[in-house]
Design a protein around this ligand. Structure first.
Ligand code: UN1
Length: 502
């Protein structure tokens, strides 16, 4: 069976209309083999305006549905995802090039956020606040915000949508999704799964959850539409620099989840066996195409000569190839541009004195598929391409002797998503986690930078955009807060002791 047939049988099993992925202008290539697996009709900017109008109408109804009932829809979505986990996980592999366990893991992440959001639907708590005025009560309420636009990237083609959609729906908002042009089929599959949940739910308003397939014009139309209350965008920092100011200009709200240049510090006391495994997964897993991928490593001089040669060995022995055909751990890069970007970063690294282990194309016989051997680059100091995110499996390693300087170096890049430390020393651990430690949204101890679980807030600082999604109180980003002061007395005392007698 070709991958095109494989994809079709998955989409058929979910009840996706073939007209949605055949005969159109957006061609989808599987990175596994380079073969064309679909050609999707595309939406236009006008379609976007119509979708927003439908969503506005849906909002008026959905915001009045009690939150625990809204949670029921998301609970059903979680059930449907459990039923269709294998199919959707395989679609993620075919479309994004993930190894099977990561494709399934991504669907598990969707199930987890549905469970989280369902519980949350009974916990959208506001505070009650002590008031200085007698006979008064002060409280806050969280109300639905409005239409939520979700712009997602190819590398987590479905989980990131679900983080946003599950929370937004529970919070009383309709959602409009513009997936990456590189991952439209998993979006069709996810929407078909959501439709099953909607059918079982019964009376959700039409236009509550919509999908727009298209390019930058569609994304731009969402970003500029004043009726889109929140734009949640995941992608490059370059994309965020375009989206952020446009949404700010119309005083809309943004959740930005942009690039990462995630570092780890390996201290003298580190458990090196554990460090080796954690770094191998963080740096080579998903072919280095997670926003949380481990990209930099600062290794103490005392353990450098022990750890780094072992890491180099792991880089040499890791198996790269089509993970749907054999048990490979590293699948393909998404396309030729990604491979070219990796080549360029490696040649830039050499130009500033880096020693490159690995890298280069792995020939699988598929001419238009781009498999790369992961690269470990020993750098004399942090410079050149090490300062920027390259969305490919490159790990830059430098030696350090002074712990404070290592923390400073880890923070000395634009991005601020994820970070980690490997140590058994409590002083180093706590310093790393303190206000003077890692400046990232995620700081881990004896765990790599990637693979965060649902429950914690996900996102980062600086050029990562500052947004938080998924767990903790990220739901507040999808609601508006109203502070209410109620006077149940017969007097009208003014705050701050102001007197205004008429
Ligand atoms: C992303 O790469 O955009 O923490 C998200 C992780 C995953 C999510 C990554 N749970 O690596």
């Amino acid at each position: 069976m070709t991958l095109a047939q494989d994809a079709k049988s998955i989409l058929d099993s979910l009840g996706v209309d073939p007209a949605l992925y055949t005969g159109g202008t957006l061609t989808k290539i599987s990175p596994m083999t380079g073969e064309e697996i679909a050609a999707l009709p595309e939406n236009t900017a006008e379609d976007t305006a119509a979708a927003v109008a439908r969503a506005r109408a849906a909002f008026k109804e959905w915001r009045m549905v009690p939150a625990p009932k809204r949670g029921e829809l998301v609970r059903l979505l979680g059930e449907e995802l459990r039923t269709h986990k294998e199919a959707l996980g395989r679609m993620v592999s075919i479309e994004a090039g993930k190894i099977p366990s990561e494709g399934l893991g991504e669907v598990q992440e969707m199930i987890d956020i549905c469970d989280f959001a369902t519980g949350l639907s009974r916990q959208l708590y506001g505070l009650t606040i002590a008031t200085e005025r007698p006979g008064h009560r002060m409280m806050e309420q969280w109300h639905p915000l409005g239409v939520v636009g979700i712009i997602s990237a190819f590398n987590f083609p479905v989980a990131v949508w679900s983080w946003n959609a599950a929370l937004a729906l529970v919070c009383g908002n309709p959602v409009i999704w513009k997936p990456s042009e590189k991952s439209p089929l998993t979006a069709l599959a996810s929407m078909a799964i959501l439709q099953k949940a909607l059918d079982r739910f019964g009376d959700a308003p039409e236009g509550l959850a919509q999908l727009l397939i298209g390019g930058a014009d569609v994304g731009n139309a969402l970003v500029e539409d004043p009726d889109v209350a929140l734009v949640s965008a995941t992608g490059s920092t370059r994309m965020g620099r375009i989206v952020g100011p446009k949404v700010a200009e119309r005083f809309g709200r943004c959740i930005l989840e942009l690039g990462g240049n995630n570092a780890g510090i390996v201290c003298p006391s580190a458990d090196l066996d554990m460090t080796l495994r954690a770094v191998a997964f963080g740096a080579m897993g998903t072919a280095g195409q997670r926003c949380t991928s481990q990209r930099r490593l600062f290794v103490h001089a005392d353990v450098y000569d022990d750890l780094v040669p072992r890491l180099v060995k792991a880089y040499e022995s890791v198996s790269v190839g089509n993970p749907l055909e054999a048990n490979h751990l590293v699948g393909p890069l998404i396309d030729k541009d990604a491979f070219d970007g990796m080549e360029k970063a490696l040649s830039d690294a050499k130009a500033v004195g880096g020693t490159v282990h690995g890298g280069g194309r792995v020939d699988t016989g598929a001419e238009s598929a781009y498999y790369a051997r992961p690269a470990l680059v020993e750098m004399p100091e942090q410079s050149g391409p090490m300062l920027h995110e390259t969305f490919a499996p490159i790990l830059y390693v430098t030696k350090y002797t002074d712990f404070d300087a290592a923390i400073e170096a880890q923070n000395a890049v634009g991005a601020g998503l994820s970070s980690c430390i490997f140590t058994l020393n409590v002083r180093e651990t706590e310093q790393f986690l303190s206000a003077a430690g890692s400046d990232c949204g995620i700081a881990n101890v004896n765990i790599g930078t990637s693979g965060a679980e649902i429950g914690g807030a996900f996102g980062g600082e600086k050029e990562t955009g500052g947004g938080r999604e998924s767990g903790s109180d990220a739901w507040k980003g999808y609601m508006r807060r109203a502070t209410n002061t109620v006077n149940y007395s017969s007097q009208l005392p003014l705050a701050q002791g102001v007197v205004f007698d008429i």
